[in-house]
Design a protein around this ligand. Structure first.
Ligand SMILES: [Fe+2]
Length: 469
């Protein structure tokens, strides 16, 4: 079905980034090891998978969203994948070719080319979350796309017309209140917008927040009482992109500020700190007058491919983020930044039942050695924030691991009672396993491997959807 024909001349469409070309359903997958009895539900993962040959230079953020689902049902494991059928992709399917440009070639087609599909394709390629009975595929430059449990596309979800425009790929769902808190960063004023969605899925408050200029804000954090934004030097410049320059640029003159706002408030208090960008947060919590958060922190741009789309460390400024804890003392205004590990990594995850309160266990996809290629993580990492202990599982010199998603053990009570699920691709034989690790002892290695029917291309984020809820 895919008509990508020129992948070898596109650095970001080579190796594990090569898209798959079909939609399939496979049952009775082969499993090595033993799937835990408590693991009943569906693991879903989103990621870019362009259907058509890109118009220009391809960036890994540009691909059409594709969902992969691995379902565990009474001992049987099955697989399904589906493209997200955005209006833009449907217009391209009618034309039989790509009509929209990407980050490297910002072509916005008119109605003569795409009808009423609009000038921008909502790729919906970054994350999949469940809230208020809906499955939402997310992409930070547009509204969510609702899909069914069976991965069929329902369409754009604009909260009954309440949402006008973008919506982060990393909303936070408060496990105590059921609320979903979210935001959008925007290329034009007001630059930042905060959304509060109640447990029933109704978008209530929308708060516009002024920033000095447009910046990239891929993630944020929430505590029981506050929301946390980081206004970083990663500047977003759409006008530059329209002139063929990079859309993201690191501006050393842009002061980094941590913004803290009461969840129900409308005024952000800003605290200056040293130049940094947090790509993903693990979590945040209130500690007396302080707000503490942790995440993967960069001290420079690592987002954009280098000249000619190079993705090696020299060609692209690919220095990975480092695990960092930040404490903002709201009474003194002091911001304390502490990098707690030298290992590079990202895709920060926790047991989501601890979202907003102090979490002890933090999980990451890391680099065992130097990060040579963007996204080629090779290690699943677990941090114990109480003892400072780090445990790791190295997935092997020829393999790449994705994000490790925490799945709680229904029979457990402790924060780390559960499993980590991650897609691990072996570059030597083009195979992917869904690996199951015991979160209590990551270093013991997989307790089970589900052998997927084919390689999964590099992807972004996923989630676990337990059955029967
Ligand atoms: Fe992300």
């Amino acid at each position: 079905m895919t008509l990508v024909t020129n992948a070898r001349n596109q650095p970001m469409l080579s190796g594990t980034f090569v898209p798959v070309d079909d939609e399939r359903d496979d049952h009775h997958l082969r499993v090595t090891g033993s799937v835990p009895d408590g693991l009943a539900g569906t693991f879903m993962r989103n990621g870019p998978n362009p259907m058509f040959e890109p118009l220009g230079r391809y960036h890994m953020f540009d691909g059409d969203g594709m969902l992969h689902a691995v379902r565990f049902d009474q001992g049987e494991v099955s697989y399904r994948n589906r493209w997200i059928r955005s209006a833009g992709l449907e217009a391209e399917r009618r034309a039989g070719r790509a009509l929209y440009g990407g980050l490297g070639d910002l072509h916005m087609p008119g109605p003569d080319e795409v009808g009423d599909a609009g000038p921008m394709k909502n790729l919906a390629n970054t994350h999949i979350v469940g809230h208020a009975g809906r499955y939402l595929a997310l992409w930070e430059a547009g509204p969510p796309t609702e899909v069914t449990e069976g991965l069929d596309t329902i369409g754009v979800h604009d909260f009954g017309g309440r949402l006008d425009g973008a919506f982060t790929a990393h909303p936070k769902i408060d496990p105590r209140t059921g609320e979903m808190l979210a935001f959008a960063y925007l290329p034009f004023e007001p630059y930042l917008r905060y959304y509060q969605i109640d447990a029933a899925g109704t978008l209530g408050r929308v708060v516009d927040i002024d920033l000095p200029e447009a910046v990239v804000m891929h993630d944020f954090a929430v505590t029981e009482r506050h929301v946390v934004f980081v206004d970083s030097p990663m500047v977003l410049d759409v006008m530059a992109a329209l002139h063929g320059e990079p859309m993201f640029r690191w501006d050393p003159d842009h002061v980094t500020r941590v913004g803290i706002m009461p969840r129900d408030g409308d005024t952000v208090t800003w605290y200056e700190t040293e130049a940094s960008y947090i790509n993903h947060f693990w979590n945040a919590w209130d500690d007396g007058d302080s707000v503490v958060f942790a995440g993967s922190r960069l001290e420079g741009a690592a987002y954009t491919a280098g000249k000619d789309g190079a993705m090696d460390r020299e060609g692209a400024d690919a220095e990975p983020g480092r695990p960092t804890r930040v404490e903002v003392d709201r009474s003194s205004g002091k911001v304390r930044v502490e990098q707690f590990d030298d290992m590079g990594g990202d895709f920060c995850r926790i047991n989501d039942a601890y979202c907003g309160v102090r979490s002890r266990y933090h999980y990451m996809a890391g680099f065992h050695g130097d990060a040579t290629i963007i996204g080629h993580f090779d290690t699943v990492v677990a941090y114990d924030d109480l003892t400072g202990e780090r445990t790791t599982w190295f997935c092997g010199p020829t393999s790449i691991t994705g994000e490790a998603v925490f799945v709680p053990d229904p029979a457990g009570a402790a924060e780390n009672d559960g499993w980590l699920l991650s897609c691990v691709t072996d570059r030597t034989d083009d195979s992917t396993d869904l690996v199951i690790l015991d979160a209590r002892d990551v270093s013991a290695g997989p307790i089970a491997r589900v052998h997927l029917p084919r390689r999964l291309p590099f992807g972004f984020h996923g989630n676990w959807f337990p059955s029967g809820v």
